[in-house]
Design a protein around this ligand. Structure first.
Ligand code: NAD
Length: 248
């Protein structure tokens, strides 16, 4: 028998934005399966280890949520990484891995979770996309391509899910203070030949009109809004949260 509490599957939940979303949804009274390649000990949520670049990993994550909670109302496809490289040198295996985690995993999660989301009556699918779902930057061919692709997936899911009360949205943050961005500061320093201490100001924050990193909790607050009843009319859309980046 399905439990009374709503439940969520959050990927990449051991770090950064995913950890903030899992923490916030749990605080809002939602049972969370916190899926990650390297699960965090001690929460948030119930940790589950899976490699989401594989079909088996995505299947196992959805099965685990249903086995543990008996229902699944929310999927947050968030896990990811970045690879920065000029196109002529872009490693083909990194391209494949970026597409697998940023585009194919959201597709597989939606596919496997779809019957449960429909049964929920207020199913929510959220892809943590990026401002890079809307605009490009040099040296990020794999990431930008996958993020543009996941916006197409979200639009399609919104149309298919409408009759069943499932919404699908793409959260599109600018730069957020997480380990992924810290790694990019190092990578961009190499790509642009700049010292790391100048990269945040001159490269990372260059596209932001407001010159500060976004905090993970700010992204989590938007996810919580979308998951709640007031988020019901947002579907099939990108939701920029980008310090004015895409206003240019
Ligand atoms: P992060 O590196 O802090 O966390 C990413 C998590 O994903 C890690 O815990 C990692 O273990 C997990 N992960 C990676 N590969 C996995 C796999 N194969 N299977 C399971 N888990 C895997 O990164 P973050 O900054 O919190 O990014 C989260 C999402 O937000 C990503 O999709 C990223 O593209 C997006 N995003 C980040 C920013 C930013 O500025 N940080 C901006 C826009 C969008």
């Amino acid at each position: 028998m399905a439990a009374d509490r709503r439940t969520a599957l959050v990927t990449g939940a051991a770090s950064g934005i995913g950890a903030a979303i899992a923490t916030r949804l749990e605080a809002d009274g939602i049972d969370v399966l916190a899926v990650d390649l390297q699960p965090a000990a001690g929460g948030p949520g119930t940790a589950f280890k899976a490699d989401l670049t594989t079909r088996e990993g995505n299947r196992a994550a959805v099965d685990a949520a249903l086995e543990r909670f008996g229902r699944l109302d929310v999927v947050v496809a968030n896990a990811g990484f970045q690879h920065v490289s000029p196109i002529a040198d872009f490693p083909e295996d990194r391209w494949d891995a970026l597409i697998a985690i940023l585009l194919t995993s959201p597709f597989l999660l939606a596919k496997y979770a779809w019957p449960a989301l429909a049964e929920s009556g207020s199913g929510r699918f959220i892809a943590v996309a990026s401002a890079h779902a809307l605009v490009a930057s040099p040296f990020k061919a794999g990431y930008v391509s996958a993020k543009h692709g996941v916006l197409g997936l979200v639009k399609t899911l919104a149309l298919e899910g409408a009759a069943a009360g499932i919404t699908a949205t793409a959260l599109c943050p600018g730069y957020v203070r997480t380990p992924l961005v810290e790694a990019q500061i190092t990578a961009q320093a190499a790509a642009h030949g700049l010292p790391a201490d100048r990269v945040l100001e001159e490269i990372i924050l260059a596209p932001h009109a407001v010159k500060r990193l976004i905090e993970p909790a700010e992204v989590a607050a938007m996810a919580a809004f979308l998951v709640g009843p007031d988020g019901a009319s947002f579907t099939g859309v990108a939701i920029p949260m980008d310090q004015g980046w895409t206003a240019r």
